[in-house]
Design a protein around this ligand. Structure first.
Ligand SMILES: NC(=O)c1ccc[n+]([C@@H]2O[C@H](COP(=O)([O-])OP(=O)(O)OC[C@H]3O[C@@H](n4cnc5c(N)ncnc54)[C@H](O)[C@@H]3O)[C@@H](O)[C@H]2O)c1
Length: 328
């Protein structure tokens, strides 16, 4: 089969490309390299068995002509291209909204035109400022005011969900929406604020681990290979279309406890340094205190269970970053 992955030179996209190539498929990628990198695909390009089945287009999903050609060529589309990461969104507010809304419009319109199956990557940020757990797909959504720009990411992804569901309802487009909770693993960069590669990089350099706020905010973490395995199964499952599904881990941990665990895992002499949110992100920032997914829906649909423990994830990320000199 021919698979199109938008954002395929990014962290998750590169793992998804690998999974499809391993299974003998042709993989087409479109990525403008804004947060992704061709380095993420170098190990795939080097393998002679993959060279004739991997096609990389460095371009934007906003280029409709290129997208027309690619969507028309492929059987399945995974739409991962987006402006991602709190720091990136705050630094590039306009570009982020355009990419996330107009870009998804192009993808959905063309998938509908050619009747292609499509998976849309949404985010747990969509839930907003809840503190209860677990978060389930039918929960209400609570955002801060529009002056607090971090909510533009959540709101733009929520519009993507509405657009996708509108296509499903009006034209029968085979579209599945996944809300990803923190997904982690090798090749994720800490450059745009992603917490595990950022803290592991600091620990490996024996620098202070910078924890924002009091560190009591909690998250769960899912290993990227568990996540891409679910993507592959979802687009093959007729019952997944028209659905919104959480994908996330089950082990809730505070960022402070995570930092301590990383220091131990890296055998680092680093200390922990608390940074107030307004120093890290400006005075308009507010964080989500707790983010834990309910995963019954996806478990019932495809039997998804996050198989990789946090300790294993940390050792994989640590080994990966140790091998790189430019740990971030
Ligand atoms: N990693 C996570 O924890 C997480 C959590 C929730 C949602 N997601 C979603 O998963 C998807 C993939 O995220 P990721 O973690 O791999 O991040 P990433 O930044 O590594 O991947 C996004 C990719 O999209 C590309 N891109 C951005 N704008 C583009 C454009 N206009 N045209 C073409 N390519 C463009 C980037 O260069 C990058 O390679 C995103 O949609 C993101 O919102 C990720």
């Amino acid at each position: 089969m021919r698979i199109l992955i938008t954002g395929g030179a990014g962290f998750i996209g590169s793992h998804l490309a690998e999974a499809y190539l391993e299974n003998g498929n042709e993989v087409y990628i479109i990525d403008n390299l804004s947060t992704g990198s061709l380095d993420n695909l170098a190990h795939l390009k080097e393998r002679s068995a993959y060279q004739k089945r991997l096609f990389v287009h460095v371009d934007s999903i906003l280029n409709r002509d290129v997208m027309l050609e690619l969507v028309g060529t492929c059987d399945i589309v995974h739409h991962l291209a987006a402006a991602v990461g709190v720091e990136f969104i705050l630094d590039h507010p306009m570009e982020s909204i355009t990419t996330n809304i107009q870009g998804t419009e192009v993808v959905l319109e063309l998938c509908n035109k050619f009747k292609k199956r499509v998976l849309i990557a949404s985010t747990s940020e969509v839930y907003g400022k809840h503190t209860h757990a677990p978060l389930v797909e039918t929960d209400n959504i609570i955002y801060g005011p529009s002056s607090k720009f971090r909510w533009s990411y959540a709101a733009s992804k929520l519009m993507d969900e509405f657009m996708a569901l509108a296509y499903y309802r009006t034209t029968g487009l085979k579209v599945c929406i996944v809300r990803l909770f923190n997904t982690v693993g090798p090749r994720q960069t800490g450059a745009y604020g992603m917490v595990i590669p950022r803290l592991v990089g600091q620990a490996l350099r024996n620098e202070p681990l910078t924890v924002y706020g009091d560190g009591n905010q909690t998250r769960t973490f899912t290993y990227v290979k568990d996540v891409v395995g679910a993507f592959v199964r979802l687009v093959e499952n007729e019952d997944a279309f028209g659905q919104v599904l959480n994908i996330g881990g089950i082990e809730e941990i505070s960022i402070l406890a995570l930092a301590r665990r990383i220091i131990a895992a890296c055998d680092s002499s680093s200390e922990i340094q608390f940074i107030p949110y307004d120093k890290a992100f400006g005075k308009d920032f507010e964080d989500m205190q707790r983010r834990v997914p309910g995963i019954d829906k996806i478990q019932n649909l495809i039997g998804f269970t996050p198989e990789t423990s946090l300790d294993v994830i940390l050792s994989k990320v640590t080994n990966y970053l140790r091998k790189r000199t430019d740990t971030v």
